[in-house]
Design a protein around this ligand. Structure first.
Ligand code: CA
Length: 376
């Protein structure tokens, strides 16, 4: 019995020793094999800076890049870490385009019309007066050829644009006098960016392209006479009701402003494919989320402005809107000018708008008419 026991013990010992030896050899092999070692120990982590045109932590658009950074961090399991800088923290609000182009930051978030001094045709990718709604804008960008043109426009600057947010229909703005005719805009100095600003200028006013963070003080101190910003949700956050009496609608100048994420192309190309995809997916999530946030919260903010702060809500008169529309059509065509790239963008936008408008007439417009008519 003892012999049998010994033999069994010995056999087990040989098996266990063999396993341990094999394990040991395997471990040694992994350590001594440089490629295996690299694979098991080095996970490349990318640390990016994101600069924005928005004041740090502004509700809605200001939080969009913060949410983007959080989502990307989680989806990538920490392999792509994005640190967000608000306007003026790393670069001034209106220098985001240049900063990302030269690689001071790998990424930016803003709106394309802020770069009109450098790239006039970029304005088509933010907002066009009497142009597309948010829903239609997303249609043009994602399924109507807009995104490809936007990428082509930014390519010489080493930048990749990604649509990343939409405010929906904005408000016409804050005034300290009533607007009863176009003559009331004469000589008025108003913060109004993009093509809306060009139209306002043509209508006899002076348009100022100013980042959001400077609006309140400028209006309070009389640097400007009037301003538009976004809509009730963001305008309430800035306290604009404290420095202006009349709040006008509709936002003819920005019917569905697209926001943009800018990515330095070299930085993007340096990412592995899965991180590139994660970044794109996260931007598209922000694109959806932001519009939902504005849609849900503008209404409550407007109620607070009117009921709690006694803001005077006014609709722009029809003849004023008609005149602004006539000027807008001319200005938008002129911006395209003789530049072949700008013409290509303008023609794509114009043709898409015509097509989408006819269907909107029997879909959104017909439905909204039916809804309001049956309500009254
Ligand atoms: Ca605006």
């Amino acid at each position: 019995m003892r012999r049998r026991f010994d033999r069994r013990f010995f056999t087990r010992f040989i098996i266990v020793a063999g396993i341990l030896a094999g394990f040991s050899a395997c471990t040694e092999k992994r350590i001594s094999d440089p490629s295996a070692s690299k694979e098991s120990t080095s996970i490349e982590v990318f640390k990016w800076r994101l600069v924005t045109t928005w004041p740090k932590n502004l509700p809605g658009m200001g939080m969009a890049p913060e949410n983007l950074a959080r989502i990307v961090g989680k989806m990538s399991n920490g392999r792509l870490q994005i640190k967000v800088y608000g306007a003026g923290e790393l670069v001034p609000a209106l220098e985001v385009f240049e900063a990302v182009s030269r690689g001071t930051a790998e990424m930016g978030h803003g709106a394309a019309y802020y770069w009109k001094g450098k790239v006039p045709a970029a304005q088509f990718f933010a907002a066009v007066p009497f142009g597309l709604t948010a829903q239609e804008m997303n249609g043009w960008l994602l399924y109507g050829g807009g995104m490809e043109l936007w990428q082509e426009l930014y390519e010489p600057f080493g930048l990749i644009p990604i649509v990343s947010g939409n405010t929906g229909v904005q408000m016409a703005g804050w005034f300290n006098r009533e607007i009863n005719s176009l003559a009331d805009l004469q000589g008025m100095k108003m913060r109004i960016p993009g093509l809306g600003g060009e139209v306002f200028q043509r209508a006899g006013g002076t348009a100022v392209n100013m980042p959001g963070g400077e609006i309140f003080t400028s209006l309070q101190t009389g640097v400007i006479d009037a301003t538009e910003w976004v809509g009730p949700y963001n305008d309430l956050a800035f306290g604009l009701h404290q420095v202006a009496k009349y709040y006008y609608y509709p936002g003819w100048q920005e019917p569905g402003t697209a926001l943009e994420a800018l990515v330095n192309k070299k930085a993007f190309d340096s990412l592995p494919e899965d991180l590139q995809e994660i970044l794109l997916v996260a931007c598209h999530k922000i694109n959806n989320d932001l519009l939902a946030e504005y849609t849900a919260l503008n209404n409550e903010a407007l109620r607070e402005l009117v009921e709690r702060h006694n803001v005077q809500l006014r609709r722009l008169p029809d003849d004023v809107l008609q005149e602004l529309r006539t000027i807008s059509d001319a200005v938008v065509a002129e911006i395209a000018g003789d530049d072949p790239m700008a013409q290509k963008i303008y023609q794509s936008f114009r043709v898409y708008k015509e097509k989408v408008s006819s269907y909107a007439e029997i879909s959104e417009r017909a439905y909204l008419n039916a809804r309001y008519q049956t309500e009254h």
